[in-house]
Write a protein that binds this ligand. Structure first.
Ligand code: C5J
Length: 221
């Protein structure tokens, strides 16, 4: 069994029961004119995650790992959008409003789609989620259980929001999560650092953290 150098201690990687989960690498979060920028964020902060994640995705596909993508967004009729989520922060542009990449955070719009660099292959499940966590109101848990998955290798954005929420949900459901530091990103450097610190603190209370190079060494011997 390959052992990955990680914090707070080594991660015993079991490729046959592991899935790569790529969280919300959508145009709405990583490109100008989308939901992330509409909240006043500097989207360029996230772009450093693309190349290491692309490299890892290629290696995971080559090694036959289960690959799962998630997208945050809502039905075009917004029936699944909690009123509290819509008005939070009193933004000038709200979820569902027209923007340069289509209606913000709405399924089927160009901005809601995954960035071209990490586009899913046919057969790779894409989980559409209305919340921050990938388990809430989705079939992710069933898909993982049906495939016998026990470990999640987690990448994506943003570290302190959807990545942390998903890792906490997964941890409570009994999955071991390894979060890849260079493949996760935040609009705020201090939240990137603390978002990872909270996962690995207290003996790995939510999971493990490692650089993608540590996992690549096990995937591509
Ligand atoms: C946010 C996410 N930040 N994918 N969503 O609203 O982290």
């Amino acid at each position: 069994m390959p052992v990955i150098e990680a914090e707070p201690y080594e991660f015993a990687f079991e490729p046959a029961t592991a899935a790569l989960v790529i969280i919300d690498m959508q145009r709405d979060f990583l490109e100008s004119g989308g939901f992330g920028e509409s909240l006043g964020n500097d989207v360029s902060q996230l772009r450093r995650t693309i190349e290491p994640t692309r490299h890892l995705l290629e290696a995971a596909r080559g090694a036959g790992l289960t690959v799962i993508h998630t997208r945050e967004g809502h039905r075009p009729d917004l029936a699944d959008l909690a009123p509290a989520k819509k008005v939070r922060g009193n933004p000038a542009l709200k979820i569902g409003d027209p923007a340069p990449m289509g209606r913000l955070l709405v399924r089927g719009e160009p901005g809601h789609d995954i960035i071209p660099e990490l586009y899913p292959l046919p057969g790779e499940p894409v989980i559409d989620k209305p919340g921050k966590g990938a388990f809430y109101a989705t079939d992710l848990d069933a898909i993982l259980k049906h495939r016998g998955i026990k470990q999640l290798i987690v990448c994506g954005v943003t570290t302190e929001v959807c990545v942390n929420t998903t890792v906490r949900e997964a941890n409570d459901r009994g999955f071991d999560c390894l979060v890849l530091a260079d493949c996760t990103g935040s609009y705020f450097p201090e939240f990137q650092a603390m978002g990872l610190a909270m996962i690995k603190a207290q003996g790995g209370i939510f999971g493990w953290v490692a650089p993608s190079a540590a996992l690549l060494a096990a995937l591509v011997p």
